[in-house]
Design a protein around this ligand. Structure first.
Ligand SMILES: *Cc1c(COP(=O)(O)O)cnc(C)c1O
Length: 368
């Protein structure tokens, strides 16, 4: 039996004909750039995420850059974020000329530890950029409180958390701007790159729309320099079809997670994901922390079970940030997590037989 980490074949099979029909509509009109499918999809996301404005762009990484530029983060500004995230979070801060200032994470949720934020605020701090890692929202209550007290903006990197909730509020809509990624392995994945910004603020929405088309408004008149970062019309058509299945897929992931909790909780060598009482996670990943991680990884791979380490090197130790002068030991929880975490298959189409095989393989590995 083969169990991939994610099975796009199984995901697309039931909907591929509908997707093809939608794509065909586009090449019959040749309306490729910001075609009507873009606005339609943006409206659907606004409804799904209970937010006033959704602005599509070229990728989740670009969404972060546009968001930072929209709140006027620029050269020399500091943005507080987590070192235990996908590279794009800090990469976006760097790309606008600002400085990523890292604080460590909580050992249970892997999200930024709000109690460590205030000590890192300086007169250069412009914003806080929490990440809702693996689909579980960070503690937005605490983060928004700190931001309010110190007059800082907040951007939620919600690339992994579409439809997740914090204290009843949809992730990505709590701060000034939230971002989404439609990278193929996200819960709502495109057939290529795509991303989005979410905001309830009319002015920020207008600025984001302008930023994605070279800063122009009206056409050919530029008040500032923006980007070419439009969301692709074809991707919007694909994503509109897929969005209809998203609630079912997220539910399927939760159900699979429940089964792992039921069957794996007795293995003392692994720690299952801890979900905050206030959080509704969408399990973009099911990430366990394990003793002797690399040997478990080898066992899983030898049994054709997909697994991956997100992320093997915290961002403060990345070579490209060596000028920031962080060193090993600065963020012990992030560093320890990077040595222990392992994400195992959780996608909705995973069959019971496949999941049982993952479970028994892990059980047998630790019995030895
Ligand atoms: C995927 C991801 C991004 C970047 O999204 P892309 O669409 O791949 O550019 C940013 N932040 C996090 C946390 C991500 O997981």
């Amino acid at each position: 039996m083969k169990v991939p980490l994610l099975d796009l074949e199984a995901q697309y099979n039931p909907i591929i004909d509908e997707i093809k029909a939608e794509i065909e509509k586009i090449y019959k009109t040749h309306y490729y750039i910001l075609g009507p499918q873009v606005k339609d999809f943006e409206n659907q996301i606004s409804e799904y995420c209970e937010v006033k404005h959704s602005i599509g762009c070229a990728s989740g990484s670009d969404a972060l850059v546009l968001a930072l530029r929209a709140i006027d983060v620029g050269v020399g500004d500091e943005v507080i974020t987590t070192p235990f995230t996908f590279f794009a979070t800090a990469g976006a801060i760097y790309r606008v000329g600002a400085i990523p200032v890292f604080v460590d994470i909580l050992p249970d949720t892997y999200n930024i530890d709000p109690t460590l934020i205030e000590a890192k605020i300086t007169n250069k701090t412009k914003a806080i950029l929490p990440v809702h890692l693996f689909g579980q929202p960070a503690n937005m209550t605490a983060i928004m409180e700190i931001a309010k007290k110190h007059n800082l903006k907040v951007i939620e990197d919600n690339a992994q958390g579409i439809g997740a909730k914090w204290d009843g509020k949809v992730a990505g809509t709590i701060a000034d701007i939230g971002t989404l990624s439609f990278f193929p392995s996200k819960n709502l994945g495109a057939m290529g790159d795509a991303g989005m910004c979410l905001t309830n603020d009319d002015e920020l929405a207008a600025k984001l729309k302008q930023l994605r088309v070279h800063g122009e408004s009206p056409k050919y008149f530029h008040k500032f320099v923006g980007f070419n970062s439009r969301i692709d019309t074809i991707q919007c058509a694909v994503l509109s079809v897929k969005l209809k299945s998203l609630p079912k897929w997220s539910e399927g992931r939760r159900k699979n997670a429940d089964y792992y909790y039921e069957r794996l909780s007795k293995i003392s060598q692994i720690k299952l994901p801890v979900i905050d009482d206030k959080a509704l996670t969408i399990f973009n990943q099911f990430t366990i922390a394990c003793e002797d991680r690399d040997s478990l990884m080898e066992t899983l791979r030898n049994n054709d079970i997909g697994c991956a380490v997100y992320y093997p090197l915290p961002l403060h130790l990345q070579e490209c940030f060596k000028d920031l002068e962080y060193k090993k030991g600065d963020f012990p929880i992030s560093e320890e997590s990077s040595e222990k975490v392992l994400s195992i298959p959780i996608y909705a189409e995973l069959s019971r037989e496949q999941q049982d095989f993952v479970i028994s393989t892990i059980q047998n590995h630790y019995k030895k």
